[in-house]
Design a protein around this ligand. Structure first.
Ligand code: SF4
Ligand code: F3S
Ligand code: FES
Length: 239
């Protein structure tokens, strides 16, 4: 089938402003939008710039605004996208070139929640692993599947209006450790979440849930973190 691909291009070195370019490619319904971008880059315009790595929905590097929604280009098939497809960089992230955005502010927010296990207790007497029940392990099963694609944070209207908001992806990764029974830094983590730009800024818009290519219940995780905040005596940002 013939597919018309409209791509929002921007090269800050030569363009005064972003502009749309239209390309025509031949595709199979089972092709992914990423395949079409490759066709353009390899056979029509080598200057087209985008990021991708695994091509199988695992690395999280090719989140883009496709047909008006944040998606992974390697997961979205032509049969679902149709024959007129628009592709832009994900919103609210500084564009480096074309579809490539600067992920550093996003990753700074991720790093700010200390996304690693902290346990200051001595090792068990046998010197082996810290044990955990299947029920406790299940508590962070969903949030441990985050691939840091940024689709959720870039879909959040609170983040659009103010990029100081730590954003749903960072909260998902805070949740991953807050509910981990082996982690001993819960108080410190909740204090990080209590920041004026932390979890209280969520307005339960749910865009993040719709955007997540891993099907993570992002808003559910945010609500669980808020529940932990309340249980620990932290009422709300306004309180
Ligand atoms: Fe991407 Fe989902 Fe992780 Fe957000 S929660 S960064 S949308 S995988
Ligand atoms: Fe934003 Fe998701 Fe909250 S879209 S406002 S982080 S529910
Ligand atoms: Fe890795 Fe799409 S290229 S998730």
């Amino acid at each position: 089938m013939d597919v018309q691909l409209r791509i929002r291009r921007y090269n800050p070195d030569i363009d005064a402003a972003p502009h749309w370019e239209t390309y025509h490619v031949t595709a199979e319904p089972s092709d992914r939008v990423l395949d079409l971008l490759h066709q353009v880059k390899w056979y029509q315009d080598g200057t087209l710039t985008f990021r991708r790595s695994c091509a199988h929905g695992v690395c999280g590097s090719d989140a883009m605004l496709i047909n008006g929604r944040n998606r992974l280009a390697c997961q979205y098939l032509v049969r679902d996208a149709g024959t007129e497809i628009t592709v832009e960089a994900i919103p609210a992230m500084p564009v480096i070139k074309d579809l490539l955005v600067d992920m550093e502010p996003f990753l700074d927010a991720y790093r700010s929640v200390k996304p690693f296990l902290i346990n200051t207790d001595p090792l068990p007497a046998d010197g082996r692993e810290r044990r955990q029940s299947p029920e406790d392990r299940e508590r962070y099963e969903d949030t441990s599947r985050c691939i840091l694609c940024a689709a959720c944070t870039a879909a959040c209207p609170v983040y659009w209006s103010d990029q100081k908001y730590v954003g749903p992806a960072a909260i998902v990764n805070a949740h991953r450790f807050i509910v981990d029974s082996r982690d001993t830094a819960t108080e410190e983590r909740l204090q990080i979440m209590a920041d004026p730009d932390g979890v209280w800024r969520c307005r339960t818009v749910f865009n993040c849930v719709e955007a997540c290519p891993r099907g993570i219940n992002v808003t559910g995780a945010i609500m669980e973190v808020i529940g932990e905040m309340r249980s620990s005596g932290r009422g709300s940002a306004e309180a």
